[in-house]
Design a protein around this ligand. Structure first.
Ligand SMILES: [Zn+2]
Length: 97
């Protein structure tokens, strides 16, 4: 699978997990998480590296604005370790990138 496409899946899983656990939403995301998801997916769509993209934390561009970057950092810290329990394959692939 193409890298951008697989990162989209990973970020979606992480946001879903975060919202479910942190904000108690079962079937849909709260407005804030929904907005963050839209934003993250859009950033991936616009990533100038396309499928050559490095892991976001190693990327020099830092295309997220400051507020969204803090949100996504918090989310990664929360969901990252839990991804191992719920989605081991996605998590490992994310780590390897
Ligand atoms: Zn939420």
């Amino acid at each position: 699978m193409a890298k951008i496409a697989s990162e989209k899946i990973t970020v979606e899983l992480m946001i879903n997990l975060y919202c479910r656990r942190k904000h108690g939403n079962r079937s849909s995301l709260c407005p804030k998480c929904a907005e963050l998801k839209e934003y993250a997916l859009e950033r991936l769509d616009k990533c100038p590296f396309g499928d050559e993209k490095p892991a976001c934390k190693e990327c020099k561009i830092h295309c997220y604005d400051a507020e969204k970057r803090n949100q996504i950092k918090d989310l990664m810290r929360f969901s990252g370790p839990r991804m191992l329990l719920y989605f081991p394959y996605e998590y490992v692939r994310h780590k390897l990138q």
